[in-house]
Design a protein around this ligand. Structure first.
Ligand code: NAP
Length: 315
């Protein structure tokens, strides 16, 4: 008998994101009917970064889908830290605003830390304020960063074991890696964290049943980094513009990806080499179509939660 090459199951983020948005929408309809509350998200964007503009547009569109009122504050590149802080303060003080998100990265002349610290922690729907970071690390989470929270929802939906498993997170950013570690710990995983100074990365990642990768290096994690049968979550979102690189990463999808490259000038790839992951992993999140969609869905969920928390409707 010839053994068939193992093919990983794809964990489809769109199904889970849709489900989260439907739940949020139903709850918002109920809030509106029973208490006349319509949650509101204020999105703040500074400068002309095109990727940021697309991200904010997607977030505003998602608000429309679920019934959240939204405001888009698009400020010019010349905005000073003081001007941005004045806007944040006014959003903090408005009773009709439940969530504030400042799209990162901010222009280099603006101090991101000062801006994040200025957001009212109760309206901090990105979960980046030190109070929310502290609460998460104490195991008392309230508003949790959207990408790692979405990954937990995805794993739960697909019934991936977390408790007791050897989990490895590659990347220690404030946005993804660190909060991911906290959420996995809370769910009783045994967690290892890797970063750019880790010695022999492949030896560490290969020991993991659950491997979560958030590094920002196109296709860097390959078959040698993955334990056969492991669940691999690829958070990376990188633009590939080189046809040879595309040929080395997409296996049977190569022609489709080359067509996308020819049309758009790039194709998206995560931090994991998808063709190799599909051969070795047991479960794998595609890029696009995996984690990215969950981030926006969780932002909707956080905005609803913030609206309820401010009115004493949740603990
Ligand atoms: P980041 O802030 O740049 O952090 C990258 C992390 O990766 C750092 O901790 C860095 O280590 C580590 N790293 C870099 N090179 C490495 C290497 N060769 N070996 C091991 N570790 C390495 O990035 P991020 O904001 O977490 O984002 C990571 C990726 O996820 C990006 O592609 C981003 O676009 C994507 N992302 C996607 C979503 C989504 O919704 N899907 C959301 C957020 C981010 P050091 O700490 O030692 O420097």
């Amino acid at each position: 008998m010839i053994a068939e090459k193992l093919k990983a199951t794809l964990l489809d983020g769109s199904v889970v994101a849709q489900r989260i948005k439907e739940q949020v929408k139903a709850e918002i309809e109920e809030l509106k009917t029973t208490r006349n509350i319509v949650p509101c998200l204020a999105a703040v964007r500074v400068g002309e970064d095109r990727a940021s503009a697309v991200y904010v547009r997607n977030k505003i569109a998602a608000c429309g889908e679920v019934g959240i009122r939204s405001e888009h504050h698009a400020l010019p590149d010349s905005t000073t830290t003081a001007e941005l802080l004045a806007l944040i303060r006014s959003l903090n003080s408005r009773d009709d605003v439940d969530g504030i998100l400042t799209q990162l990265p901010l222009p280099k002349d603006i101090d991101e830390t000062v801006v994040i610290d200025a957001i009212d922690p109760r309206k901090d729907v990105d979960g980046f304020h030190p109070i929310n970071v502290g609460r998460l690390s104490l195991g008392r989470p309230q508003l949790v960063p959207c990408t790692p929270a979405g990954i937990i929802e995805l794993l739960d939906y697909y019934k991936v074991d977390i408790r007791g498993v050897d989990a490895c997170v590659v990347g220690r950013s404030q946005i993804v890696g660190r909060p991911m570690v906290q959420l996995l710990l809370q769910r009783d995983a045994t967690v290892t964290v890797c970063h750019s100074r880790t010695r022999d990365l492949a030896a560490v990642t290969r020991a993991a049943d659950l491997l979560i990768v958030a590094i920002g290096r196109a296709g860097m994690i390959g078959r040698n980094h993955i334990k056969p049968g492991a669940t691999v979550v690829d958070v990376g979102m990188n633009k590939l513009t080189d046809a040879d690189a595309v040929r080395g990463m997409f296996g049977s999808e190569t022609d489709k990806r080359l067509a996308v490259l020819a049309k758009r000038g790039y194709t998206l790839v995560g931090d994991v080499n998808p063709a190799e992951a599909l051969e070795v992993a047991g479960k794998f999140t595609p890029v696009p179509g995996g984690v990215g969609l969950l981030t926006v869905a969780m932002l909707m969920k956080n905005t609803l939660k913030a609206a309820k928390m401010r009115r004493g409707l949740v603990d």
